[in-house]
Design a protein around this ligand. Structure first.
Ligand SMILES: Cc1ncc(C[n+]2csc(CCOP(=O)(O)OP(=O)(O)O)c2C)c(N)n1
Length: 570
C-alpha cells in the first residue's frame, strides 16, 4: 500500500470511530486517497458518502448535515481554489457553531511556491474561523504513522463538537504521489488495514471534575485499577494540586511530579521520580494499568516512555489544546477526577514506587556527597533544602529545572515556578522580578549563564522602582550545559560542538550585574556557596556559582543515572 492511501485509511477509520456517519466530497486528483477510501467505506456500509461538483455546495451540504444531526461532518476537496470555495460555509459554521470538518488535500511542501498546478497557499486559508487548524505531515518515513493520524483526527472531532464552543475545524493534508494504490482500496477496518488505538474523547465541559467511576467506565473498565499512577507536569490554569493529592490518597496511587506541579509535599510523591521512570526493567514489571497525566507533562523522555507503557491514559487538562505529547490519551477530562466509590486496597503498589524512589534518591545523595567537584546539581540540591517554606523558586526550564527535579526531596512549602509555556531561556530575569514583586516571601531564581546573559537587561530598573527580595543564582558553566546531555555531544560532532551548541563566552557575570547597579558575588566551591546563600543582601542580588565544566557535569549526571537505575533494579 502506498503511504498516502495508508494515511487516508487511518484517518477515515478514525473519523468513523469518532462518530462520523456522513461525509461530503467534490471530485479532484490530489484528494484521490481520501476519495477512494471514502467510497470503499460506503460500499462496506460504514458511512454515507455525498458527492457534489461545486465545492461551495459541498461545503453547505456538509453544514446542513452537521447542523441537523449535531455530528461532525467532513467535507473533502482537492487543492487550489477548490478549498477557497469552502469559505462561505466555514464562516457560517463558525458563527453558528456547527461542527464542519474540512479535509483539504494539498501538494506537499516541496511543490509549493514553484508554479505547480492547482497549488495555492492553503495554510490557515480560513483565517480565524476554524476552531483548530493543522497542517498534517506528509505520510512516509518518520511522519508519525497511525497513532499520529488517529490522535489528530480525534482532537479535531472533539474540538469541532466541543459543547461549549462547537465550530469548524480544518486539517490540510499534503499527499505525495503515488496518489492511487496498485490494487483496489479495501474498506478501512479496525485492526486490519491500520493498527488502531482508542480514539481520544473529551468528558464534560470546562473545569468539571468528574467522578472517577465515570472516567473508568468510559475506558471500558469495570473497576478503578489498583495499579494507577499520576504523572503531574506544569499545572494548566484551573488545576488544583490539592485535588491531585486527594485522588492519589483515595486510590493509593503514587505521583511522579515535575518541580512546578506543586506536589513535592505529598505523601504520594515519589522522590527522584524521573530516575525511577528511567529504570526500564523495573518499570516493565510495574507497568501501570492507568496513567493519569495532569497538566503539561514532558520534562524527560523517560517520563514520556512511562506514560506510553500504561494500558490506559487519561489526560487532565482544562484547555482546548490539552497536553498529550505522547498522543496516547484516550480520554481528556477538564478537572481532576473525584474518587467516589470503594477502591481496591493494594497498599504494596504505592509502597513499591515510594521504595524505588527512596533507593534512587539515596544514590543521588551518595554520588553527590562523594564527589569532589562543585556542580549545578550540588547547588540546586542546596537551594531546595535551604529555602524557607514561604519562599518562591523560579527556575529556568532547561538544565536547572532538571537539576532541581533530580535532587529535590519531599518538603513542605516552597512555591516553584518556571516559564514552561514555551520553555524559552529568554526574559527570565524580568519574569522572576515580576513574580518576586507579586510574592509575599523571598524569591530565588535559578538560571544558567546563557539565560542570565540573554536577559541581563532585565536587571535594569529606574531608581524609583521597587527592589523585591530576589536572589538570582546563576549556575555558570560557561555555555549551554544541556547540550552536553543530548545526542549532539557525541564525539563525531566534536569539531563543531563548542562553536554552535556550547557557545562559551568567558564573561565575568558579577561584573555584568554590578554594571546594572545590582550587587553581585561569585563563589566557586560548595562551602562558600552555602555560606553566601545563607546571607543575601537586601533587595535584588546576584550570586554566581562557578560550577564544574559542562562535560564533567554531563558525566556526573550519567553516573547518577546509572547508580540510581541499578538501585531501583532497572
Ligand atoms: C529564547 C531561547 N533561545 C534558545 C533556546 C534553546 N536553548 C535551550 S537550553 C539552552 C542553553 C541554556 O544554557 P544556560 O542558560 O547556560 O543553561 P545550562 O544549560 O548551562 O544549565 C538554549 C540555547 C531557548 N530555549 N530559548
Amino acid at each position: 500500500m502506498n503511504p498516502a492511501t495508508t494515511q487516508a485509511q487511518a484517518m477515515v477509520e478514525a473519523l468513523i470511530d469518532g462518530g462520523v456517519t456522513d461525509a461530503v466530497l467534490a471530485p479532484g486528483s490530489r484528494s484521490a486517497p481520501l476519495a477512494l477510501t471514502l467510497a470503499a467505506a460506503e460500499r462496506g456500509g460504514r458511512l454515507r458518502l455525498h458527492v457534489r461538483i461545486d465545492e461551495r455546495s459541498a461545503g453547505f451540504l456538509a453544514l446542513g448535515l452537521a447542523k441537523r444531526s449535531r455530528r461532525p461532518v467532513p467535507v473533502v476537496t482537492t487543492s487550489g481554489t477548490a478549498v477557497a470555495n469552502l469559505l462561505p460555509a466555514v464562516v457560517e459554521a463558525s458563527h453558528a457553531g456547527v461542527p464542519l470538518v474540512v479535509l483539504s488535500a494539498d501538494r506537499p511542501p516541496w511543490l509549493r511556491g514553484v508554479g505547480a498546478s492547482q497549488t495555492v497557499d492553503q495554510l490557515k486559508i480560513f483565517g480565524e474561523y476554524p476552531r483548530l487548524f493543522a497542517e498534517v505531515a506528509v505520510a512516509g518515513e518518520g511522519a508519525g504513522g497511525p497513532r499520529y493520524w488517529r490522535s489528530l483526527v480525534g482532537r479535531a472531532l472533539v474540538r469541532a463538537a466541543d459543547p461549549t464552543d462547537p465550530g469548524p475545524v480544518h486539517l490540510n493534508l499534503p499527499f505525495a504521489e503515488p496518489l492511487v494504490p496498485d490494487t483496489p482500496v479495501g474498506e478501512p477496518a479496525r485492526g486490519r488495514a491500520v493498527p488502531s488505538s482508542p480514539l481520544v474523547q473529551r468528558l464534560a465541559g470546562p473545569a468539571a471534575s468528574p467522578p472517577l467511576s465515570q472516567v473508568v467506565r468510559r475506558l471500558g473498565l469495570q473497576e478503578v485499577p489498583a495499579r494507577g499512577l499520576i504523572v503531574a507536569g506544569d499545572p494548566t490554569p484551573g488545576l488544583d494540586p490539592a485535588a491531585v493529592v486527594a485522588l492519589a490518597d483515595a486510590c493509593g496511587w503514587p505521583i511522579i511530579a515535575e518541580p512546578t506541579a506543586g506536589l513535592h509535599g505529598a505523601a504520594a510523591w515519589v522522590p527522584a521520580g524521573a530516575l525511577v521512570a528511567a529504570g526500564s526493567a523495573w518499570v516493565a514489571e510495574h507497568a501501570p494499568d492507568l496513567v493519569l497525566t495532569v497538566g503539561r507533562v514532558g520534562l524527560t523522555r523517560d517520563q514520556a516512555a512511562l506514560v506510553r507503557s500504561a494500558r490506559h491514559h487519561v489526560a487532565v487538562d482544562a484547555g482546548p489544546r490539552w497536553a498529550d505529547p505522547t498522543r496516547t490519551a484516550e480520554l481528556v477530562v477538564s478537572g481532576v477526577p473525584v474518587a467516589d466509590e470503594q477502591l481496591p486496597d493494594v497498599p504494596q503498589w504505592r509502597a513499591s514506587w515510594l521504595a524505588a524512589g527512596a533507593r534512587a534518591a539515596e544514590q543521588v545523595d551518595a554520588v553527590l556527597d562523594a564527589e569532589a567537584m562543585f556542580s549545578g546539581l550540588h547547588a540546586a540540591r542546596h537551594v531546595w533544602r535551604a529555602l524557607a517554606v514561604d519562599a518562591q523558586l523560579f527556575v529556568a526550564a532547561s538544565w536547572p529545572i532538571r537539576q532541581v527535579q533530580l535532587t529535590a526531596q519531599r518538603r513542605s512549602g516552597l512555591r516553584v515556578l518556571a516559564n514552561r509555556g514555551a520553555n524559552g531561556i529568554d526574559g527570565l530575569i524580568a519574569t522572576a522580578w515580576g513574580a518576586a514583586v507579586a510574592h509575599a516571601g523571598p524569591t530565588v531564581a535559578l538560571l544558567g549563564d546563557l539565560a542570565f546573559l540573554h536577559d541581563s537587561n532585565g536587571l535594569l530598573a529606574p531608581d524609583a522602582e521597587a527592589r523585591p527580595p530576589l536572589r538570582i543564582v546563576v549556575l555558570d558553566n560557561d555555555g549551554g550545559g544541556i547540550f552536553s546531555q543530548l545526542e549532539q555531544a557525541a564525539p563525531r560532532f566534536a569539531a563543531d560542538f563548542e562553536r554552535v551548541f556550547g557557545t562559551p563566552h568567558g564573561l565575568h557575570l558579577v561584573g555584568r550585574s554590578r554594571l546594572s547597579g545590582i550587587p553581585g558575588r561569585g563563589v566557586d566551591d560548595l562551602d562558600t556557596f552555602v555560606e553566601a546563600f545563607a546571607d543575601p543582601p537586601p533587595g535584588v542580588s546576584v550570586l554566581v556559582a562557578q560550577v564544574a565544566d559542562r562535560a564533567s557535569e554531563a558525566d556526573l549526571l550519567a553516573r547518577i543515572r546509572a547508580e540510581a537505575i541499578a538501585a531501583v533494579g532497572g
